[in-house]
Design a protein around this ligand. Sequence first.
Ligand SMILES: Cc1cc2nc3c(=O)[nH]c(=O)nc-3n(C[C@H](O)[C@H](O)[C@H](O)COP(=O)(O)O)c2cc1C
Length: 364
Amino acid sequence: MPLQDVCTSTLLVGSIELPNRLFVAPMAGVTDRPFRMLCKRLGAGYAVSEMVTSRKDLWHSLKTSRRANHEGETAPIAVQIAGTDAAMMAEAAAYNIDRGAQIIDINMGCPAKKVCNKWAGSALMQDEPLALEIVEAVVAACAPHGVPVTLKMRTGWSAHNKNAERIARAAENAGIAMLTVHGRTREQGYKGQAEYDTIAAVKAAVRIPVVANGDITSPEKAAQVLRYTGADAIMVGRAAQGRPWIFGDIAHYLATGEHRARPLSLDVKRWLVEHLHEHYGLYGEFAGVRTARKHIGWAVRALPGGEAFRAHMNTLDGIDAQIRAVTDFFDELGQQYARLPDLGEALLEEEGEAVEGRVACTAY
Ligand SMILES: Cc1cc2nc3c(=O)[nH]c(=O)nc-3n(C[C@H](O)[C@H](O)[C@H](O)COP(=O)(O)O)c2cc1C
């Protein structure tokens, strides 16, 4: 597909039409409903929820019920489920469909110990029969509701065992409607570089849509990955943290071959303040103020005075104080820079390397 069409042409996942082909990646502890809504508002065509455990005993925990809350979210509602038992995964799919899920995504990509020790996430790639059993059970549970099932995986278990292509073919035969491939193995965690040869091979091996993911940090990289892999869509994770307008930046670049102007400081302030209010609405004041700190930190990390501001902001405990501090910071920035100063790709790439130690991929 010509690159210009990526941001304007729709993509069918089963019978569900996505408005464009720029997706935000599921990130536990990050892509909650307020953040997904923000990304969608700023150009992402699709957002998958943070993963929800297939363990029934945890469905009523505060964490899982927050994750299953989709009030006001722009359709389609896509819920990612994680687990190791086919019957439990099928039940989890049905449970989430009852709560509004229109697409169910199976997590075969998360490398975090908490998931992998329980033989879920990307560990499933090492047990292909079990992976397939889960896929078949979830597809069977979703089919009567007309809900498509998608799969997110890595390139394989290790450098010597890259089985994404084989799993992709089997998954397609079992009725999976779309595949996302993160260009790293389980063994790599988040280290090293994502590679795109395996994603290209997966794309060539199946007819269902394939989404390329891993280390897409700029519009140029998005174009390069789309061209190289032939993928139908791209998914951006860490580079959207603190920079949710990256989807609009990518869309503009793909459409015109040029970079659009950096956002106005006052727009960034408005987006962040609106996001924070949604965030407090979901988590309440006590948890909301604390969990909002990471979003604020990402938003200011590369800006002049950002580090000092982040340290100060971490000492503030209430909604009013946090909102006031953010407002003052961006008002002051706006006096000096009408548009955000250059954030610098280098910083984003460093962040990518550093993320391994603090991945909050906690399903339970
Ligand atoms: C903090 C964090 C949490 C993540 N949580 C999930 C998750 O719940 N489910 C999942 O499939 N992948 C998860 N991932 C992986 C991302 O979806 C994505 O595949 C990965 O970050 C590579 O894309 P990127 O280089 O654009 O960040 C997580 C990644 C990060 C950094």
